[in-house]
Design a protein around this ligand. Structure first.
Ligand SMILES: N=CN[C@@H](CCC(=O)O)C(=O)O
Ligand SMILES: [Zn+2]
Length: 383
């Protein structure tokens, strides 16, 4: 395979440092890639020869962003719900049924085209890897279909049949939990790497701690890795449950007690914060500063979905993390690259080192500092 020497890198952020939050910066750097993998990384003055050359003219290069939490398989429009929220309506998860109806009604081709367009927007903003959840099918046929289609776009697929209880099953929640942990899981597991549950006793639509445990344990028995939507709408058992069951990630973490912070910090579970959600729902931002200070591994992701955050922009999320949650710009970039890769238990993405995937982001700026410094300015793209 032919190799390319990339030069003109004023600042290379490698994230190749075992200390969390450390960016491992190389100035005046060069990278050699072969299309799939990184072959060489170092100072431009020592760079080896390659088949081709590309000069970036003094730009910053980073690991491509890893968006470890998205709900990209959906159709329909909930802009009216967002507008109502901006005038005071609270978010309670009830709108998920609106997206469910639109998603069930869309053809496979329509869903593929919607996902493809969203991914194109993400690459244009520097994202090079993504996780995709189901969760708008909410019956056996449509959850399996959502995952089958999602799998065409990523290996990081997550079965989220336990997103909410769909309207037709609300008379008998227990039967729906049985379905998710039984026949639906059976149909979905072949297309999924992960299982997730919206553990939220503060919503009438989502799942209690006990219901969530049941679904997660069934998924683990099928060989799926665990992820949890936890403590998004209020205090609850989601974070502690995720830690107890050894989940790879607990996501949202908006309402954390000191015990929750301590539990995550003392575990291998990554705390994934999604500040685009708090921005779009006018909720308080998660205690990400406290999580990092306590020693937890923190990831940042978009949570792109039609209800709580219809933004797929990791640069936007980085700016929010710095402005609203008091992460340093370095911590925020680390969380959106290496931290998010850790939440997917991947060591080949979110890092610039020999042998890693040749997934890079380039900034039309000399330093990663410009990401948080210039919110809304389209400086990042996938290389
Ligand atoms: N909290 C649950 N799921 C999504 C919202 C889904 C929706 O409202 O459509 C989230 O991660 O915020
Ligand atoms: Zn989500």
């Amino acid at each position: 395979m032919s190799t390319t020497l990339i030069t003109g890198i004023a600042e290379l952020v490698t994230c190749d440092d075992e200390r969390e939050g450390e960016l491992g910066i190389v100035h005046d750097a060069a990278v050699v890639v072969d299309g799939e993998q990184i072959r060489w990384v170092g100072a431009a003055a020592q760079a080896p020869d390659a088949d081709e050359r590309r000069d970036l003219g003094g730009r910053a290069v980073l690991p491509g962003f890893v968006d470890s939490h998205t709900h990209l398989v959906f159709a329909g429009d909930r802009s009216a719900e967002f507008t109502a929220r901006m005038t005071g309506e609270p978010y309670d998860g009830g709108g998920i049924a609106v997206s469910m109806a639109a998603t069930r009604g869309a053809s496979d081709e329509e869903l593929r085209s919607l996902i493809g367009a969203r991914l194109e927007q993400m690459r244009a903003q520097g994202t090079t890897s993504w996780e995709i959840k189901s969760g708008y099918g909410l019956n056996v046929e449509h959850e399996a279909r959502s995952l089958r289609i999602a799998k065409e776009f990523t290996d990081e697929t997550t079965f989220l049949g336990a997103h909410v209880v769909p309207p037709e099953a609300r008379e008998d929640r227990a039967a729906y939990v049985d379905l998710v942990a039984g026949e639906m899981l059976e149909a979905c597991a072949p297309h999924a790497k992960w299982i997730d549950v919206f553990c939220e006793p503060n919503s009438t639509y989502a799942f209690t701690g006990e219901e969530s445990r049941r679904v997660l344990e069934a998924g683990a028995a099928k060989g799926l890795g665990l992820r949890v939507h936890g403590n998004q709408l209020g205090p609850g058992p989601g974070v502690q449950l995720a830690v107890e069951l050894g989940a790879a990630s607990v996501d949202h973490c908006t309402f954390l007690s000191d015990d929750d912070v301590e539990a995550v910090a003392g575990s291998d579970t990554v705390a994934t914060v999604l500040p685009g959600v708090e921005f779009s729902t006018r909720m308080p931002y998660p205690r990400a500063r406290d999580l990092i200070d306590a020693g937890a591994t923190v990831a940042l992701a978009s949570d792109c979905n039609p209800g709580t955050c219809y933004s797929n922009s990791i640069p936007f999320v980085i700016a929010l993390a710095v402005r609203e949650m008091r992460l340093t710009p370095a911590e925020a970039v680390w969380a959106a690259t290496r931290g998010a890769a850790k939440s997917l238990q991947r060591s080949d993405i979110g890092v610039v080192r020999v042998g890693a995937r040749a997934d890079l982001a380039v900034l039309d700026a000399p330093s990663y500092l410009h990401l948080a410094y210039r919110p809304g300015v389209p400086i990042a793209s996938a290389l």
